[in-house]
Write a protein of this length. Structure first.
Lengths: 179, 595
């Protein structure tokens, strides 16, 4: 039976979805074109081939919308011909979110004196490590939940934040099962 | 050749050129008709076609015409329509037809030529990014860069176009791939890696649907194009379901013919130009049974006021349609034939009974709505009313056996949908979702190719028909006696009607100025031209049209100011219909924003 759980809330929610697709030419354009063509948001997008033998790619998308829109997005993604599977990591399973989400960022901070010392101290507290160091700057590598990276970036802003590069979210299920 | 017969034939692989593979795959898929237009990037395929005797190629005059003709062919036969066009402009001209077919779920396989692989991306002559352009207007598409993939892709293309929710697909074939030789595999080897349309209904959902139907006091069946697409068996089962329950039934534009218009349970068309009884029944029902329709905005009107008191069942083969527009209590994702067969079986097996008292009162209410006679109009003895013209066309074609109707888009289309009554599925070809002016004439070409002895009429408007009328030349070339019945009101009638109602009667650029003399034009093409200007000559002229075994262009001069009623104005609910110009009716600002 089709799942018709009542989803009439108008509240906009953020959801992380993973689409496992055949890695054929143009498959990313299909997914992205679906979002732009139907007016859905993409807050972040992460794509890579995950199995070169079976030629499958994993596309993880952070999107936002009302529960009805999120349900539409999942159904529309399932409708694409090269789609193997669609999973929503934000849906609850056994009292917690179904998936673990991580993101990596490279963050450049420039400055001197007290601010420079403070930036290094904060980085240590966030387990961000410097991967490029000059007398005038650091590049920090940080990994964690997107909210942790957001917090770190906010803290770096007054300390000489120059540039941010984020990978977007990678997600995987908890426990022994695959998605 | 029947498709099933071929499945066992083609076990061995063979070495063929890409072009030969195309023709071979078409034959193996049972294709007998191909609508196309040659050009530089498909010359090898046309060369292979030159030697193929068992595929009839229909040379159109514009690639849009090829796609609409293939749509008419597909919708009237249940088989996929096949198109062959060249690269660049050949492909871009096909885009309107592809989008039309996607919106109306018409199975098409469109083959496009492409510049040779080493020129792709260099802005070569007649190059365009065909798969990029057609990605959002196809169910799926492919660019085949390796000749050894070609036969697999072609067979997958037919499978995807025709199964699940049908739709158009594009296979883009570079010219060098057409020349190369490789291994050809027959259709039996296809097993798609990901594509698994769900067609079997869930038993629990069927049981619940039957329970809801047995409990309903004010039910209505709202059927759509999905019943037609599922095949004639679905229409039979739909009739059986109505026999068992006595439920009233209405239908979308795309679903006309699935249920016979002559039966008492038939309430007529639903939606913006639907009947008073159909729309009021939709609004006041306690159970809506949506069978293969998609709650399109032409049907729902104002969604927040759409059938507010009812529970809703939605049967659709496409899971993404369920809860897309209207929240439903029960969704059934399945092929309509399979689901209806189960509903009928479970209803009979459980010896279910309808709520007889409730249903009786409901029919009494529906009969009072019917008394409104919402399709009535004031006739004239001076001017031909367009409604009168359709009524006479309908009456005078009753003894003509199989009658197929195509339409263009606008007022004439709505009058045809309201007044030309259908008893069988696959007899009505119209552009519903996209609303493509220029659809009807080429669609009639495709229908007549498939049904050479049937009567095929394009009910047209003088504005729409000018968009694709070069296809009259195709009709002459292939000796297709299509009848193009133009309700000529010298206006883009539906635009004019909206300008009258919404824009203070400022008829901005909607007058069909500088019209051709349609009779002379018909003669210039080699067709027969006829004109009727007065009501008293209409019957004679229609009979003359029907007696001619040639394409006819019929210029029916109708009242230029007539509007199409009933009408649900934009932004209004089903119970706020306008029945005539005297009804007035304020349109809200939000309503004016809608199309």
């Amino acid at each position: 039976m089709h799942d018709t759980k009542i989803k009439l809330s108008d509240e906009v929610e953020r959801h992380t979805l993973t689409v496992l697709v055949d890695n054929e030419a143009g498959v990313l354009a299909r997914v992205v074109g679906l979002f732009s063509g139907r007016g859905y948001n993409i807050e972040s997008l992460t794509v890579a081939e995950v199995d070169p033998v079976s030629r499958t790619s994993r596309i993880t998308i952070v999107t936002s919308g009302t529960p009805a829109v999120i349900e539409q997005i999942e159904n529309q993604l399932r409708r694409l011909v090269p789609t193997h599977k669609v999973t929503n990591w934000t849906d609850m399973k056994d009292g917690q979110k179904a998936g673990i989400e991580r993101e990596m960022a490279l963050i450049k901070v420039a400055g001197s004196g007290e601010k420079r010392v403070e930036a290094l101290r904060m980085a240590d507290a966030f387990r961000a490590r410097p991967v490029d160091t000059t007398h005038a700057s650091f590049v920090f590598e940080i990994t964690g939940a997107p909210s942790k990276i957001d917090s770190f970036i906010d803290l770096m802003r007054p300390l000489g934040l120059v540039e941010v590069s984020r990978t977007g979210v990678a997600a995987i299920s908890r426990g022994p099962e695959a998605m | 050749m029947d498709k099933d017969d071929t499945l066992t034939l083609e076990a061995a692989t063979e070495t063929l050129t890409g072009a030969q593979m195309v023709i071979r795959a078409l034959k193996d898929q049972g294709v007998t008709h191909l609508f196309g237009y040659p050009g530089g990037a498909v010359l090898p395929i046309y060369d292979a076609l030159f030697k193929a005797n068992d595929i009839t190629h229909v040379l159109v005059r514009h690639e849009q015409g090829a796609v609409h003709a293939a749509e008419g062919y597909a919708r009237s036969t249940g088989k996929p329509g096949v198109v062959l066009v060249t690269s660049g402009p050949g492909a871009t001209n096909a885009v309107t037809g592809l989008t039309d077919a996607l919106m109306d779920s018409i199975p098409l396989v469109v083959l496009t030529g492409q510049v040779p692989t080493h020129l792709i991306g260099t802005d070569a002559f007649q190059e365009c990014d065909t798969v990029g352009i057609t990605r959002p207007c196809t169910k799926h598409n492919w660019l085949v860069k390796n000749v050894n993939d070609l036969s697999r892709v072609l067979h997958e293309a037919f499978d995807i176009a025709t199964t699940g929710r049908p739709g158009p697909v594009v296979v883009d074939i570079p010219k060098d791939v057409q020349f190369q030789t490789g291994d050809y595999h027959g259709p039996q080897a296809i097993h798609h890696r990901t594509y698994r349309p769900k067609t079997e209904p869930d038993a629990g959902a069927i049981a619940r649907a039957v329970e809801m139907m047995a409990a309903a006091k004010r039910p209505i069946i709202y059927s759509g194009g999905g019943i037609i697409n599922s095949g004639p068996e679905a229409s039979k089962l739909l009739r059986e379901l109505v026999d068992l329950t006595g439920f009233p039934i209405t239908s979308t534009l795309m679903g006309l013919g699935a249920f016979p218009a002559s039966r008492p349970e038939w309430l007529g068309l639903v939606g913006m130009h639907g009947t008073w009884e159909a729309n009021n029944a939709m609004h006041d029902c306690d159970l809506m049974i949506n069978l293969g329709a998609r709650f399109d905005d032409r049907v729902t009107g104002k969604v927040s006021a759409f059938s507010p008191g009812s529970k809703k069942i939605h049967l659709d083969i496409d899971a993404s349609q369920i809860n897309k527009i209207v929240h439903v209590e029960l969704g059934i994702v399945a092929d309509a034939t399979k689901a209806l067969r189960e509903i009928v079986r479970v209803w009979k097996a459980g010896k279910h009974k309808v709520q007889a008292d409730g249903l009786k009162a409901w029919w009494k209410q529906i009969d009072t709505w019917r008394q409104k006679k919402s399709l009535s109009y004031r006739n004239s003895d001076r001017l031909i009313k367009p409604q009168y013209a359709i009524d006479r066309l309908y009456a005078l074609t009753r003894d003509k056996g199989e009658v197929y109707i195509t339409t263009e888009v606008g007022q004439h289309q709505m009058w045809a949908a309201q007044r030309f009554h259908f008893e069988e599925p696959n007899r009505w070809m119209t552009s519903g979702g996209l609303g493509t002016m220029g659809y009807g004439l080429p669609a009639a070409v495709g229908v007549q190719m498939a049904h050479p002895d049937a009567l095929v009429i394009d009910i047209a408007g003088e504005a729409s028909v000018q968009m694709t009328m070069q296809e009259m030349s195709t009709a002459i070339q292939y000796d297709l006696p299509i009848k193009i019945f133009i309700l000529n009101n010298e206006y883009m009638g539906m635009v004019r009607q909206w300008q009258e109602i919404l824009h203070g009667g400022r008829y901005s650029h909607s007058y069909s100025e500088a019209l051709p003399d349609f009779v002379k034009m018909a003669e210039a093409f080699g067709c027969v031209g006829l004109r009727a200007e007065r009501p008293d000559e209409l019957d004679g002229k229609i009979k003359e049209m029907l007696s001619v075994r040639k394409p006819v262009l019929f210029d029916c001069r109708v009242d230029p100011t007539e509007n199409c009623y009933p009408m649900i104005p934009s932004g209004a609910a089903h119970n706020e219909m306008l029945l005539s110009p005297d009804d007035g009716g304020e349109i809200s600002d939000a309503g004016k924003m809608l199309v």
